[in-house]
Design a protein around this ligand. Sequence first.
Ligand SMILES: Cc1cc2nc3c(=O)[nH]c(=O)nc-3n(C[C@H](O)[C@H](O)[C@H](O)COP(=O)(O)OP(=O)(O)OC[C@H]3O[C@@H](n4cnc5c(N)ncnc54)[C@H](O)[C@@H]3O)c2cc1C
Length: 445
Amino acid sequence: MHSKLIQQYGVAVLGAGPIGLAAAAQLRARGIRPTIFEAGETVGQSFREVAHVQLFSPWRYNMDGSARALLEQKGWQAPELEALPTAGELLRDYLSPLGAALAADLQLNSRVLAVSRLNMDKIKSGEREQTPFLIRVQRAGEIKTFLAGAVIDATGTWAQPNPLGANGLPAVGEVDLAARIFYGIPDVAGRHRPRYAGKTVLVVGAGHSAAGALLGLADLAATAPRTQLHWATRGDNLRRVLGGGDADQLPARGALGQRLQQLMTSQRLRLHSSFRIQSIEAAPDGLRVLADTPEGAAELRGIDEIICATGSRPDLALTRELRVRLDAWLESAEVLAPLIDPNLHSCGTVRPHGHRELTHPEPGFYIVGAKSYGRAPNFLMATGYEQVRSIAAALAGDMEAADAVQLVLPETGVCSARPVVGTGSACCVKDAQARSVGKAGCGCS
Ligand SMILES: Cc1cc2nc3c(=O)[nH]c(=O)nc-3n(C[C@H](O)[C@H](O)[C@H](O)COP(=O)(O)OP(=O)(O)OC[C@H]3O[C@@H](n4cnc5c(N)ncnc54)[C@H](O)[C@@H]3O)c2cc1C
């Protein structure tokens, strides 16, 4: 596929997170030259921000095969496969050495601003496939241009957090009060402790990040007793975060939900469910958070700090000049959407998929990793490693290997969200439908 262009220009990999680095290792293993563009000063920027967070998948699922082979050539030793790393350990013991092993192909401090085709805009149809991609990169205040035979976009979604507003827009006042809002999971036991100790804190969101933030704050409250916890969720179904418990094949993820359940029953936390945030105001006694609820307008007063853990979304501007086909709801790769749609099911797993599911009308362009799931929150690194293995094989012309997608992923044990009359869960119906036409399903069977 596109072999002349790839031989001449190599493949551009956007983003040096776990999936971008794995893509580069897979390409190298197939004799294709990658160039990795990373906006940050070092690799693995997203995990750096949450270095204190305990991951819920063990090492076994967190490393790519080709990346391991490359590291082992350099004398690296794999960590204990069943151990659970923190994000910081993943960075120290795997991503950083991998970045060093790929240093010759890695361009740090290089933010990709946009991707197009050389001398072609999106409208022009003739000979796109024979025309190299053009990558516009910002480095040290300068704009540079690179050409590539194919592009793998692994820029993730972490840099674009979802807002507090229940309607997907920032709540009125949110932008102005940004200094009182933390997006993500703060290190409340470490560097962020002074910001939260003894404060009244509102955590917003209903996923694992919100759970992690709440549990961290509960631990903090044990030593800083004036700390008060509020938790606001837009809906009233907490099944996804409370999780599969013992049935979760990633025990650390199941345990997170169980600990949160205990925290709720201990009454050290005030839950405000169906609390749809509309606006925030600064008042003398702290922040005032106004929301719609099923009972009418409601407000929370006296909030010192807000932690927004409402997920994240992809940066679509980057590839606006390319012919990209995304799901209208999730902004994920289109064919993945029915399999990962959180409206339909809560599976943490998706059946194996590779280059075929991840192609776009733009030949030679792929979105992989967390960004391939768009706004869906259930991406796992192991899924991304299989994605890029398949794509690297396709780019090398080895279609047999590219099509042999296989992946054994742990399931959440909570794959059941919406029952469909008489036939089991919507997830399982989708799974059966997809599999009957030879496509990936959601893995809930
Ligand atoms: C708190 C948390 C815990 C998680 N725990 C697990 C877990 O236990 N197990 C698991 O399998 N998954 C876990 N995930 C999910 C997922 O595996 C991670 O989100 C993972 O980081 C996704 O990898 P990625 O390479 O796709 O994206 P990222 O890790 O986000 O990497 C993207 C990279 O691209 C760079 N970048 C962004 N924009 C640009 C640009 N314009 N130009 C150049 N570079 C750019 C970024 O700086 C970053 O380095 C977790 C996610 C979160 C949020």
